[in-house]
Ligand binder design. Structure first.
Ligand SMILES: C[S@@+](CC[C@H](N)C(=O)[O-])C[C@H]1O[C@@H](n2cnc3c(N)ncnc32)[C@H](O)[C@@H]1O
Length: 402
């Protein structure tokens, strides 16, 4: 079968990175990437960029991956799950060093959270954190974050981060020293643990939704196969387990799913349950009606509101506050009902120390009633944060009016 160049690119992304292009907005992200990259390089024909991608140019592929996967994370994300990790560390880390692998680590916050908990619990750990995205790994290695990335970090752990003159937080050497970063594709064989006996813990969160179901199942099987005898695999709240991997059992511990090798002998076995389906995103009981959005203005630079929004979030995650403000303001201008852009504008202004501006945007998002249909068209992982963003806008604006 002869593939055209676009099909060939999609086949490469599917084959080499497992990416499902049928999920919401993925193909549009590729289109937008081709056009914006051509413009950036002053090329008349986006097909030239497409050719480079089809040939497998690693720099261009890296840029494209950023556009289609949005590497985004924060410290101590999902505190309930971290409570389980900490309890497990205290139980399993007596007299031994734990080998922990954090695949799909994005900008590194999960990996450093493990290391911070290791200091709190005095359990020695060796953390390997991996991702396919070179830019995200570079940010992870720089280990400097905005205060927003530490919003869910408990005070004693946050106090270990060093506040810099520019207000940002730097991960100190005693934390960094426990973590190493490497490029790894989840389609490949898992990396070996340092002790050669398998990983004691694999924390693979919020990535499986990028993959079609059979690919996600293969990934989970590979991860589970690289666990140590009593090792644990933990997935993210948004990741669906379609089948328990062979030789393993899926347990509910607290409110979270844990996959263990079946030869594990636990003192108090947790209740065995079928793989859970993800919880629906909670909706507000009585969303306030929103006025119809005004007609969309003509977009002079060819970027639409979603592209602007994604670029704004990306700029914020790399600390480019100016870029974030430019893109997010444009997103909101182009689509006034896009309340997540208002939330991220609030976050950006807060990071810039502009509290009044920040509060104005949080209030704007909260007063919109945060309708979920405004999330349509956003990349899937950003949509998955919808309820967190809405809750944040509400709490910030409540704090203001309290
Ligand atoms: C939404 S982030 C998750 C970050 C973090 N685990 C968390 O839960 O906050 C998803 C990450 O998966 C990475 N990713 C996507 N496909 C991948 C693959 N085939 N192999 C490794 N990483 C991949 C992306 O580069 C991105 O950084």
């Amino acid at each position: 079968m002869v593939l055209n160049r676009r099909d060939a690119l999609e086949a490469r992304l599917r084959r080499e990175y497992g990416l499902s292009l049928d999920r919401g907005g993925a193909r549009r992200s590729i289109d937008r990437f081709l056009e914006s990259r051509a413009k950036e390089l002053s090329l008349d024909d986006p097909g030239v960029v497409l050719d480079r991608l089809v040939e497998g140019d690693p720099d261009e592929i890296d840029r494209l991956l950023r556009a289609v996967t949005v590497p985004h994370s924060w410290f101590h994300r999902d505190p309930d799950q971290w409570r389980l990790v900490e309890a497990w560390m205290r139980e399993r880390g007596v007299g031994r060093t734990l080998d922990v692998w954090v695949p799909a680590c994005a900008t590194g916050e999960d990996a450093y959270t493990v290391a911070l908990l290791a200091l709190r619990t005095r359990v020695p750990v060796r953390v390997l954190a991996t991702d396919i995205h070179g830019g995200a790994l570079a940010t992870a290695e720089r280990a400097i974050y905005g205060t927003w990335a530490a919003r869910e970090l408990p005070a004693d752990l946050k106090a270990r981060l060093v506040e810099r003159d520019d207000g940002r937080l730097e991960v100190p050497e005693d934390v960094r020293g426990q973590v190493s970063f490497a490029r790894h594709n989840l389609m490949d064989v898992p990396p070996p643990s340092a002790n050669g006996a398998g990983w004691d813990l694999i924390l693979c969160r919020n990535v499986l939704f990028y993959f079609p179901q059979p690919t996600a199942a293969d990934v989970v099987t590979r991860l589970a196969g690289s666990l140590s005898k009593q090792g644990r695999l933990m997935l993210g709240a948004s990741d669906m387990l379609h089948a328990t991997p062979p030789g393993c059992r899926a347990l509910r511990v607290g409110e979270r799913l844990v996959i263990e090798r079946d030869d594990t002998h636990r003192k108090a076995p947790a209740k065995r349950e079928p793989p859970p389906t993800p919880k629906p995103v909670p909706r507000r009981a009585a969303p306030r009606p929103t006025p119809p959005a005004p007609p969309r203005p003509v977009e002079s630079d060819g970027l639409d509101s979603v592209e602007r929004f994604v670029r704004g979030v990306g700029a914020l995650s790399t600390g480019d506050l100016e870029g974030a403000l430019t893109h997010l303001r444009a997103a909101l201008f182009l689509r006034p009902g896009l309340w997540p852009a208002a939330v991220y504008l609030g976050i950006t202004h807060e990071r810039a120390g502009q509290r009044a501006e920040a509060e104005r945007y949080f209030a704007r998002a909260a007063s919109s009633g945060a309708p979920s249909d405004e999330l349509a068209g956003l990349p899937e992982d950003l949509r998955a944060y919808g309820h967190e963003l809405a809750a944040l806008a509400r709490s910030k604006s409540r704090r203001r009016t309290a």
